[in-house]
Write a protein that binds this ligand. Structure first.
Ligand code: HEC
Ligand code: HEC
Ligand code: HEC
Ligand code: HEC
Ligand code: HEC
Length: 167
């Protein structure tokens, strides 16, 4: 009997630790250096790939930095207002150290132009509703996982050969 209680005790401790681990994993977010707001910029009419140059016409997308922001935001200019956090980087012409959110491991091959231009896929399929976000990305709204690539490739009858995606 005592043995069973001891086992039960450990099982409860194990379950609690696993729950805590899972909670930390799911709520873990990075903090970006400038409180960027996708919704305001997209509503203003800026296309995704005007900022993320390459997202439609080359293999790699990119994340814009101060030279792009300076096309509209300038310290002292009334409209659009330049937020304090951004002003600092602009005055020193120091690049904003954005933290990467979507990054495939080095052994994976991926091409944006292939999926967006040829495949006709919308950004949202792989990145979620980024255009509606009012706060910077702290984590991947839609997780980058091999199973997601495979699911679509099977459905669309595209290759699932390991070497097509891995090097
Ligand atoms: C094509 C013009 C344009 C470009 C390029 C641009 N912005 Fe903006 N930005 C705006 C407009 C318009 C607003 C909203 C009007 C306002 O708040 O005065 C805005 C607002 C903001 C705000 C305030 C958001 C809020 O919640 O109030 C931040 C922060 C910001 N921009 C950061 C950036 C950063 C960082 C970049 C460069 C990566 C950038 N912007 C590039 C036009 C632009
Ligand atoms: C089929 C899935 C898919 C589609 C569709 C897609 N992406 Fe991506 N995106 C990815 C993957 C995978 C990565 C990571 C690639 C890497 O590390 O080279 C990525 C990375 C990015 C990054 C980070 C780039 C960097 O330099 O850090 C941005 C920004 C991005 N995508 C924007 C877009 C935009 C904008 C669109 C629509 C025009 C789009 N993506 C469409 C899968 C996709
Ligand atoms: C005014 C410029 C601007 C526009 C327009 C814009 N973005 Fe972004 N995007 C940024 C900036 C700055 C960041 C980095 C800060 C953040 O996470 O919000 C970013 C981050 C991202 C990332 C994560 C990058 C990474 O590190 O992996 C994705 C994915 C992305 N944007 C997709 C989109 C999509 C899809 C659209 C169109 C619906 C869009 N963006 C429109 C400026 C822009
Ligand atoms: C929603 C559907 C979808 C998702 C998700 C998707 N793909 Fe694709 N992929 C396609 C389509 C459609 C094509 C064929 C495009 C064309 O016509 O060239 C393709 C083509 C490819 C090719 C070229 C294959 C060849 O025959 O040479 C590679 C490599 C690839 N994808 C890798 C990836 C990786 C890596 C991921 C996950 C990060 C991914 N794909 C996610 C739909 C998808
Ligand atoms: C359509 C593209 C695609 C195909 C096909 C594909 N993979 Fe992947 N694979 C990925 C992506 C993207 C990742 C990185 C994301 C992740 O770890 O889930 C990955 C990650 C992996 C990893 C690392 C997993 C980890 O946890 O670090 C291994 C191992 C792997 N793949 C093996 C394979 C093998 C074996 C095959 C053939 C049966 C295969 N892959 C086919 C896209 C693909």
């Amino acid at each position: 009997m005592e043995r069973i209680y001891a086992w039960l005790g450990w099982a409860v401790v194990g379950a609690v630790l696993m729950g805590a681990g899972l909670w930390i994993y799911q709520t873990w977010e990075v903090t970006q250096p400038v409180p960027f707001n996708h919704k305001k910029h997209v509503e203003f009419g800026i296309a995704c790939d005007a900022c993320h140059v390459g997202a439609k016409d080359s293999a790699k997308a990119s994340v814009p930095n101060i030279s792009t922001c300076a096309l509209c935001h300038q310290p002292g200019k009334a409209s659009p207002k330049t937020p304090k956090a951004l002003e600092q980087y602009m005055q020193e012409m120091k690049p904003i150290p954005w933290k990467k959110i979507y990054e495939a491991p080095r052994h994976v091959r991926f091409s944006h132009v292939r999926h967006v231009e040829k495949g006709g896929l919308d950004c949202r399929i792989c990145h979620g509703e980024v255009g509606k976000m009012e706060r910077p990305l702290g984590r991947q709204p839609v997780p980058l996982r091999m199973e997601r690539c495979m699911e679509c490739h099977r459905k669309e009858r595209v290759t699932t050969d390991c070497m097509a995606c891995h090097r």
